[in-house]
Ligand binder design. Structure first.
Ligand code: AMP
Length: 299
């Protein structure tokens, strides 16, 4: 029995349907996608919680019902009656997807306001999972609250799993993003970056450079995802390459990284060797990118 807590923002997704001008409402968000897949992969003996803040309105209640129905633990979710949840709209223009966001005032931005709530959420957790997006939406002092609570969990023997998920548009400037990401990697036991983003924002020439940079910051294990290319891991100072899973027809790469993380983490939670965990991550991601949407049924 283990308990994993995924921390971040879930949003309402409005996605175009086949009928012109009509949209379908769903729920998605990087850390929630990972929690959702993790829940589907792990047996009932493992608990998976989602921690965020929601509003008190009907959209928030629908989101809460969705999370609960997915089998995620929602007991610690904070309710802010003066806020609502964030929303994004996907639009198709000649087959190209573009995204518009309304998330500036979302309740999730307040998730780390209160140290005592964070301590209670993480009290008996074995794994905590968060991302660069979780950090980006928080005010600076709340990022410090979150890191303090994670440091305390690590000191108790917990695993801190971090996906840098670099999204410069959510940060006030790229240097702030780089500083916060490195500070968070330094307190994490596992860091799971995507090489393409890291190459753009940290000038890493190859996946090894990404891995060693995070290892030097203090991460015990670094798993560098790499699109269709070979992945690189560094674990306790030992580096290794891993073959990709070939995909002929990529339909939609949404949630490739989020699902990879869930596949990897589910295997790691079951104490699988690193190479097997990477394979599980890549296999799940390869399945997810062959269907449309972030949340693809596992069976
Ligand atoms: P990325 O964030 O683009 O590096 O993708 C995350 C993971 O999803 C990769 O490490 C692969 O396991 C998988 N993936 C993404 N794109 C592809 C692709 N075109 N072919 C096969 N696997 C992919």
């Amino acid at each position: 029995m283990t308990r994993t807590v995924c921390i971040g923002e879930c949003m309402i997704e409005m996605a175009p349907t086949d009928i012109t001008g009509q949209f379908q409402m769903g729920f998605a968000g990087d850390t929630m996608n990972t929690a959702w897949y993790l829940r589907g992969l792990l047996g009932a003996e493992h608990q998976v919680d989602y921690f965020t803040a929601l509003g008190g309105d009907s959209a928030s209640r629908q989101m809460l019902a969705f999370l609960r129905q997915a089998g995620l633990g929602v007991d610690h979710i904070v309710q802010r009656n003066d806020r609502s949840v964030g929303l994004y709209l996907i639009q198709l223009d000649n087959g190209e997807r573009s995204f518009s966001y309304w998330r500036g005032q979302s309740a999730a931005r307040t998730l780390a306001q209160d140290n005592t709530v964070l301590e209670a959420v993480l009290k008996d957790a074995d794994y905590a999972y968060f991302s660069g997006i979780t950090l980006a939406i928080l005010p600076p002092q709340d990022r410090a609250h979150l890191r303090d609570a994670l440091v305390a969990l690590r000191a108790r023997g917990g695993q801190i799993v971090f996906d840098p998920n670099l999204r410069p548009a959510l940060w006030s400037d790229p240097q702030e993003m780089r500083d916060e990401i490195m500070a968070s990697a330094a307190i994490s036991t596992m860091v799971m970056p995507s090489h393409e983003d890291e190459a753009t924002w940290f000038n890493d020439r190859a996946p090894e450079a990404t891995a060693w940079r995070y290892a030097a910051a203090g991460a015990q294990t670094v798993v560098v995802k790499n699109g269709a290319g070979a992945m690189f891991t560094c674990d306790g100072g030992h580096g290794a390459w891993h073959d990709p899973v070939a995909v002929k027809d990529v339909v939609d790469t949404t949630a490739a990284g989020d699902s990879f993380n869930a596949g990897f983490l589910a295997a790691a939670i079951r104490s699988a060797p690193l190479s097997e965990a990477v394979r599980s991550g890549a296999q799940l991601a390869s399945k997810v990118i062959q269907s449309r949407g972030a949340l693809v049924a596992l069976s």
